[in-house]
Write a new protein. Structure first.
Length: 386
């Protein structure tokens, strides 16, 4: 089978959707399929990579930053992907998967209309109308792009969400255009993300956050919770590492200064997959403080590395975490509750051990190979009904 994957983000660019694309691409290649990834170039990245069955082509869009992209830059990817149609025609895939309906669905739709290449849409969150509805700019974006979104969804083989909560949100739009939304959860690279065999216990419990520094991640509440714990324990009882970058970095630095948390909190930039594994393995607790998510890959990775979890109750997290069994679930935007649950874990090693053991059991059923097979089965079912 020949499969085209379209995404304006691919590691080291972007976040969860790029990570999903990379892992599904590798899974298909491992299964013996020929895979072409059409993504965005950035400085210090190769424009062309070939590795056995996997070819990655990076096109020079107007993207300026590694961690984020504005709508104009995203659209430039769409048009440049279409401009590279000869490359797609030469490869002539059986089908394509577009990650993020906007912008990746635009070239997928073009290739469907021009070359009869059917496509599957993998929606991730920000491309679903109603997601983060409290952000006015995103509401306007969804309103303006809704007619195009409907066209892209209606003409796809299937629209697939990566969490049940996101599926339910997407179905509100799908119902209006007589389109049933599918669901399959993200996987995790269980061969790579795993606990350290011989781990030296930290003198201080170490907490880690990994993600884009953006409003939806709720980092101001995590820092407020850290401040509340500092008032109880002082500076020397635990550590917090924030791994990532994004538009709210300046605000986060200011909050660290305001709360006087410099002795507790460190900020680390985006790092390689290998470096991230080491950070997970050297930590004790993972915290997800988001207001909204699709299906947070970092949560799965942390569970696979046997970390104890405190997460807000958002789409995706409640499918991975059973409260008080393999982690704690707290309400979003509640620093006091977040501090309370972190407090229990940093002061009680027995509960940390129980949560981390149960979390590892839970996540062991999730693999990217299963995700890749699901998408393949969606195409095979479509093909039978032609």
């Amino acid at each position: 089978m020949r499969i085209l994957l379209l995404n304006y983000e691919y590691p080291p660019l972007g976040g969860g959707a790029g990570n999903s694309t990379m892992n599904i691409a590798k899974s298909y290649a491992k299964l013996g399929h020929q895979v072409l990834v059409l993504t965005t170039w950035h400085e210090n990245l190769l424009e062309l990579e070939k590795n056995n069955n996997l070819t990655i082509v990076r096109i020079k869009s107007r993207r300026k930053r590694k961690d984020r992209s504005n709508p104009f830059e995203m659209l430039s990817y769409s048009f440049l992907a279409i401009k590279n149609r000869k490359l797609v025609l030469d490869f002539m895939p059986d089908y394509s998967i577009a990650f993020m309906a906007l912008p990746s669905g635009i070239p997928a739709y073009f290739f469907f209309k021009k070359f009869k290449i059917p496509y599957i849409l993998s929606v991730q969150g920000g491309d679903v109308p109603g997601f983060l509805s409290n952000i006015i700019s995103l509401r306007i974006y969804h309103f303006i792009s809704l007619p195009l979104t409907k066209i892209l969804w209606r003409n796809s083989i299937k629209v697939i969400a990566n969490s049940k909560g996101l599926m339910q949100l997407a179905q509100k739009t799908g119902t209006k255009i007589n389109t049933k939304i599918g669901y399959f959860p993200n996987g995790v690279d269980l061969d790579f993300f795993k606990p350290k065999i011989k781990r030296i216990e930290n003198k201080k419990p170490t907490i880690i956050f990994v993600g884009r520094f953006s409003p939806q991640k709720g980092l101001e509440y995590l820092l407020e919770a850290t401040f509340l714990l500092k008032k109880k324990y002082g500076d020397c009882f635990f550590k917090l590492e924030l791994v990532g970058d994004g538009p709210e970095k300046k605000k986060i630095v200011n909050l660290i200064d305001e709360y006087d948390l410099k002795k507790i909190v460190t900020i680390s930039p985006w790092c390689s997959k290998e470096e991230l594994l080491e950070k997970y393995q050297n930590s004790d607790i993972f915290v997800l403080s988001s207001h909204e998510e699709g299906m947070p890959n970092v949560l799965s990775e942390a569970m696979a590395c046997r970390l104890s979890i405190v997460s807000t109750r958002v789409r995706g997290s409640d499918e991975l975490i059973e409260n008080n069994v393999n982690g704690f679930l707290v309400e979003p935007r509640n620093a006091e509750e977040l501090a309370d649950k972190i407090d229990i874990l940093i002061s009680n090693k027995e509960i940390r051990e129980r949560f981390s053991t149960e979390g590892l059991k839970k996540i062991s059923n999730f693999s990217w190979e299963n995700v890749a097979e699901y998408y393949l089965n969606v195409y095979e079912k479509y093909k039978k009904h032609l």
